[in-house]
Design a binder for this molecule. Structure first.
Ligand SMILES: C[S@@+](CC[C@H](N)C(=O)[O-])C[C@H]1O[C@@H](n2cnc3c(N)ncnc32)[C@H](O)[C@@H]1O
Length: 202
């Protein structure tokens, strides 16, 4: 199952927060950010309301967050206005479609994807990765956290799909490990099986 960008925008516009809005970055990506040396600028694709992008900026990085949902970007910009950013970090947010990243005026040293790729169909995923290939310079790190089909939601991705998306001469050191996505569909949080892909632009 895939969701079109305007479906996401409607979810952000609703009174109830969408289930992935847990009020903090996904722990699996935050842990990766903390244990890695991130090259700037950092691009957060499908940044939603900007919680991860802001956390990375607070750690001193120059961050650009993009999302197709205008309501999410609007909330992300409000978060920036409310945030106190000390030190060298900075963050800005733009409405942009992940399937056309080659139009983006950013040449990222690091790309973070917290829950976007798994919502794209085959053609969308191919366009997304082609755009990443176009904008990432040699050595750029790409990290993707995606829902696993093992979560039993009737959608999600597999290690084979992720490995296949980043196969070929443009990508190196590609690895996929088991991880978790935290969701809050109601009061209580759920910890769902997920996959964490890391790769580098060759
Ligand atoms: C599951 S949400 C995750 C949001 C955020 N990264 C987080 O961790 O809270 C997936 C996000 O991807 C965005 N998205 C989906 N399709 C997109 C596309 N084609 N281009 C850009 N963003 C897209 C949605 O609007 C949504 O914000």
């Amino acid at each position: 199952m895939t969701r079109r960008p305007h479906d996401f925008d409607a979810l952000y516009a609703a009174d109830v927060p969408p289930p992935w809005e847990i009020g903090r970055p996904q722990p699996a990506l935050l842990a990766l950010v903390r244990r890695s040396v991130l090259a700037d600028p950092v691009l957060d694709v499908g940044c939603g309301t900007g919680v991860l992008a802001l956390a990375v900026a607070r750690a001193g990085h120059r961050v650009v967050g993009v999302d197709a949902a205008a309501h999410a970007i609007s909330r992300a910009r409000e978060r920036v206005a409310e945030a106190i950013l000390e030190g060298p970090g900075s963050v800005r947010f733009e409405v942009a479609d992940a399937r056309g990243l080659d139009h983006l005026d950013v040449r990222p040293g690091t790309v973070l994807d917290s829950g976007l790729l798994h919502s794209l169909d085959d053609a969308g995923r191919a366009a997304y990765v082609a755009g990443l290939e176009a904008i990432c310079g040699p050595g750029a790190l790409v990290a993707v956290l995606a829902m696993s089909v093992a979560a039993g939601l009737g959608w999600g991705t597999t290690s084979e799909v992720l490995q296949g998306a980043f196969a070929g001469p443009a990508w190196t050191s590609t690895a996929v490990s088991d991880a978790e996505i935290v969701a809050r569909p109601a009061e209580d949080e759920l910890h769902l099986p997920a996959l964490l892909l890391t790769t580098r632009r060759a």
